[in-house]
Design a protein around this ligand. Structure first.
Ligand code: ADP
Ligand code: MG
Length: 204
């Protein structure tokens, strides 16, 4: 099982640990704000949950999504916000079991695509999240438990993140650079891999 609050708190901790790295990556192909954007957003999520945490996963994740949209800004705010709002809509009244988490994660990914229209190879967060969702579904279908499936999802997300290095950016600010975007790891794919790692570390 995964408690959604543990998941987002762990995500916030990982973002804190990687804020400078995310900003440096964004300095190379963007405007050097991805670390501070994510840090501000996830800190606001943790503060809002500490002040008043709703009791159901659906309401908790909805609060997370709304808080991220309100506080991150940039391209990634609405994208991460939509991810959590769609997760919320797919979540139920109890903590995530394996099938419930995979369904919510897939719904969140679909929300990012609906919002940002990214495709595989565009050099975005999609390139880390989509292989993670596929690995999760495949491993669960093969009979793995949630821990093993998320272990595979983390590996897939990190491989997807690393695979953004040679890509030419076709979405977002980095796409303005054209060929000069090649050879740099995408900041959003880097934070997205942390989101998957946070889920694995939040399993009880
Ligand atoms: P901004 O680009 O507005 O400064 P951030 O720096 O916070 O916003 O986020 C940049 C990240 O957003 C990129 O590294 C990329 O992964 C992601 N991104 C940008 N546009 C899209 C899109 N259309 N679909 C998916 N992800 C996107
Ligand atoms: Mg930026």
């Amino acid at each position: 099982m995964i408690d959604p609050i543990h998941w987002v708190r762990r995500f916030a901790e990982l973002i804190d640990e990687h804020t400078d790295e995310l900003t440096e990556l964004d300095a190379a192909i963007g405007d050097a704000d991805h670390g501070s954007n994510m840090q501000r957003g996830t800190a606001a999520v943790v503060a809002a949950l500490a002040e008043s945490a709703p009791t159901t996963p659906t309401e908790q994740l909805k609060q997370v999504g709304m808080t991220l949209i309100r506080t991150i800004g940039g391209a990634s705010g609405p994208l991460y916000g939509t991810f959590f709002l769609r997760c919320a809509a797919a979540a139920g009244e109890t903590d995530f079991d394996a099938a419930g988490f995979a369904k919510a994660f897939r719904a969140g990914l679909d929300g990012i695509v609906a919002r940002g229209k990214a495709e595989s190879g565009d050099k975005t967060m999609f390139d880390a999240l989509a292989p993670a969702a596929d690995a999760l579904d495949e491993r669960l279908a093969a009979g793995a438990d949630l821990a093993a499936a998320l272990e595979a999802a983390v590996t897939a997300a990190e491989a997807g993140r690393d695979a953004t290095i040679p890509m030419l950016a076709r979405k977002g600010r980095a796409s303005y650079l054209g060929e000069r975007s090649v050879g740099h790891q995408d900041p959003g794919a880097t934070s997205a891999a942390l989101l998957v790692l946070a889920a694995r570390q939040a399993i009880r």
